[in-house]
Design a protein around this ligand. Sequence first.
Ligand SMILES: [Zn+2]
Length: 65
Amino acid sequence: MAVLEPCDNCGRQTAIYRLAAVILDGGMARVCPLCASSEKGRIEVPFAPRSDQGAIQPSTSRDVW
Ligand SMILES: [Zn+2]
């Protein structure tokens, strides 16, 4: 039997293994898959740096890793 926890964004009871730990409005939150996809603009995923900010600058000149 799955352990259910409420989504920190919508409160939906969600199996704990389906919740994603993210940074929401500057604080840690666990959100369900629905919020993870619908609230992308507010959510920062700490372990998946956004590629559109150019935060990671390759130290080499290679374009393809
Ligand atoms: Zn949710």
